[in-house]
Write a protein of this length. Structure first.
Length: 538
């Protein structure tokens, strides 16, 4: 497969692997929770560089995100845009100088260096049936397509959706640009499928008063040539014989055609003298839905996104080119179920959270969102928009938005790096869940790991063959005491559980009071904190 080469690639090819894992720190004052404590189980809005935040999410969310939508910098060269289109921004320049360390980077090289490690981490966060959508324009779409082919695999390309984002004419250029691209890739195309969307019922009618209700006439022919589907169809009204058009075949077999004819589902035009067509009833269409097309002109424009933001904030708060909620709603609608997680690591004005909450309000779903925004407006625009749509927007035209969409979120910032040596000295002692998630991610990759919510005897999760125990409390006194040891009494209880469940155990603790030989006979592997956190090969 052809690959894309660019200056700096050799420096950032494996950079996503070297990014340290940091803790996520709750900011309760900026969170919006109702009746529950802020937590990682909530919707999340995280302020921090998305490269570091994505790595921090891996221990908890690796292989768990069903839908990712991102709207990265389009790299238009417009240095005046104050949000995130400037590849020469101080933050990015510092990162490039530190990790890429080359002076011959052009604008496109910088953009590719920025995107490569982030796309690799997004790849690791997707579930096996997950999908990523990326908004982009003509400046970088061709390079992004090659980048995605290399990271996700060209066989996992799903579609290039064209969004009609502008309806007005641009008088200052020769041809008005009215489209953006939305590249869509699956983690594993064979495991992903789009949800059918709602039917446009205005296209259905019942001119012959069919008791089965309104219908629409679909073509009888389909692309390509299949000899077993190239039979003759005779119009019973005129006796005229029809064959499929050149290069096409009938949509189903002769046997199924005969059944459809007897059921009065085959028609020959309004006057009964045209080529055959198939009656598809509205009741069936409602049940199955309709497939989506690659050109989207029914989901609002960039102007609609701006108007939405003005309706929420008023004219005093501006944000360049926010996406319309209808666009993100459609992406979520066609790619997720009611309990899936949606992630947006270039969150901007917070449209993705708005769209997820709106769909939950509409269908009673429990979709969760994770937003990441590195800029200073993460609280006063990104999170503030979500607060307002949860509570209700007084002047909104949509009644659901006016009443409030409901929901909650926990606001996070990046904390300290998870420091294994610091755990030993007591200088850095993350909370229990942080350490447990970190161990699960490093040891198993999370793909087969099932967390255990109610910990009994420090058991925090399992795979099909292994139980995981973490004897740990975030207090130096505990870690240095006998209570933190894997002693005989604990080992005996773990052995009994393993025998009942026909599994072995991995126990993470600061020290033990019996030999590994004895533990091996008990089907227990001891992993000393903080050193023995490593990938397990089952």
């Amino acid at each position: 497969m052809p690959t894309l080469d660019f200056n700096g690639k050799q420096f950032i090819r494996g950079h996503h692997l070297t990014v340290p894992i940091k803790t996520l720190e709750i900011d309760a004052a900026k969170s919006f929770t109702t009746g529950s404590d802020p937590s990682l189980d909530d919707n999340l809005i995280i302020h921090g560089d998305n490269l570091e935040v994505l790595k921090a999410l891996l221990p908890r969310y690796a292989n768990s995100i069903k839908c990712i939508y991102i709207d990265p910098p389009y790299n238009t060269g417009n240095e005046g845009w104050k949000y995130n289109d400037n590849v020469n921004s101080p933050q990015l320049q510092t990162w490039l100088n530190k990790y890429v360390d080359t002076e011959d980077l052009e604008r496109h090289d910088k953009w590719l260096c920025m995107m490569w490690p982030r796309l690799n981490l997004l790849h690791d966060l997707l579930s096996d049936d997950g999908v990523i959508f990326i908004s982009i324009d003509d400046n970088e779409v061709h390079r992004l397509r090659m980048l995605m082919d290399e990271i996700f695999g060209e066989d996992n390309f799903v579609a290039n959706i064209v969004w009609n984002h502008r309806k007005s004419s641009q008088n200052d250029i020769d041809i008005s640009l009215s489209h953006n691209h939305i590249l869509c890739y699956a983690l594993n195309k064979s495991s992903f499928s789009f949800n059918a969307i709602d039917v446009d019922e205005s296209k259905f009618s019942n001119p012959d008063k069919d008791p089965r209700g309104p219908w629409v006439a679909d073509p009888m022919d389909a692309p390509h040539i299949r000899e077993n589907l190239a039979y003759e169809i005779i119009n019973p009204n005129t006796g005229k014989v029809y064959l499929p058009p050149s290069g096409r075949h009938w949509r189903f077999s002769k046997e199924k055609y005969d059944i459809a004819l007897r059921e009065r589902r085959i028609i020959f035009g309004k006057r009964g003298t045209s080529k055959p067509q198939y009656k598809r009833f509205l009741s069936e269409a409602r049940e199955k839905g309709v497939n989506i097309f690659t050109i989207w002109s029914d989901v609002g424009t960039a102007t609609d996104g701006t108007k939405e933001l003005i309706s929420i904030f008023g004219r005093g708060q501006t944000f360049s080119t926010p996406k319309p909620t209808d666009l993100i709603e459609k992406i979520i609608r066609v790619s997720t179920d009611k309990n899936d997680i949606i992630l947006d690591s270039f969150a901007g004005s917070g449209t993705t959270a708005h769209a997820a909450l709106a769909l939950n309000k509409e269908d009673g779903g429990n979709r969760k969102f994770i937003l990441i925004e590195r800029e200073d407006f993460a609280n006063n625009i990104t999170a503030e928009r979500v607060r307002r749509v949860i509570k209700g927007v007084e002047n909104a035209k949509d009644q659901n938005l006016k009443d409030g969409l409901g929901g909650s979120f926990t606001y996070f910032t990046l904390g300290e790096t998870i420091d294994e040596i610091g755990m030993l000295t007591g200088e850095t002692l993350p909370d229990y869940d942080t350490v447990a998630n970190y161990i699960a991610y490093v040891a198993t990759g999370k793909r087969e790991f099932t967390p255990i919510k109610k910990r009994k005897g420090y058991c925090f999760g399992e795979t099909k063959n292994i139980l995981f125990y973490l004897i740990y409390e975030p207090a130096l006194e505990f870690m240095q005491s006998r209570e933190s040891a894997l002693n005989y009494e604990r080992a005996q209880k773990i052995e009994e559980t393993c025998k009942k469940m026909d599994k072995k155990a991995y126990v993470y603790a600061s020290h033990k009071n019996l030999s590994q030989k004895d533990l091996t006979d008990m089907q227990i592997t001891f992993c000393q904190l903080p050193y023995s956190i490593y990938r397990i090969k089952e």
